[in-house]
Design a protein around this ligand. Sequence first.
Ligand code: 13P
Length: 250
Amino acid sequence: MRKPYVAGNWKMNKTIPECVTLAIELREKLPKDTKAAVAVIPQFLALPKVAEVLRGSAIGVGAQDVYFEKNGAFTGEISCEMLKDAGAAFALVGHSERRHVIGETDAIVRKKLEALLKSGLEVILCIGEKLEEREAGKTQERLSIQTRAGLEGLAKADLAGVTLAYEPVWAIGTGKTASTAQAEEAHQFIRGLVEELFDKSVAQSLRIQYGGSVKADNAAELMGQPNVDGALVGGASLVADSFLGIVKGA
Ligand code: 13P
């Protein structure tokens, strides 16, 4: 049985003190009997302090991005070792805002994913189609391209450090959520593809989160789908009670 995994991507929000306050509130309020794995993903500068506040708690801490080189002349970038040093246990790669606002390619996303695994950090690989792709009947094609580019050729053992997040671009920050049927269909397709690329056991153990306007009132239904193993939450993770409402739904 896959343990549900709920992560709050705080994106480019909150000052360092605001991140610390939210982390403390989550630490104090997270029920002891929570069944899901829970993590938060603050902005880089707040990461060390948030990690310090959450050390020893049941809440993990990750980074929103990483660069694949170790060090050197890469102005503005942050390496895997720097993330580890700051207290991160994982990082997102290929978030749609990086792909579509910053212009990251599948090839860059792959390099980042490999660098993270090599350095012993876990990865949440985000994939998802744009609205025009869905409307043109190209959802599966896009998911297939992104999943293959991200995972094909990795060792089976590497997959233990990978979570996928299906985030339809049209559902992110829009208040529009994929229906449970749309989410389940996409997740089932992705799991089938992973089985094709690796094997049944890898596909069955892989966690696939759903992201895109997840709220406390739709979380339980979405995560109740057989192939939806948790949530990657943006807006609703910025307030402790709404995020914890989602965690409760897992
Ligand atoms: P929203 O929950 O704000 O739609 O954001 C989803 C997301 O992008 C999480 O990574």
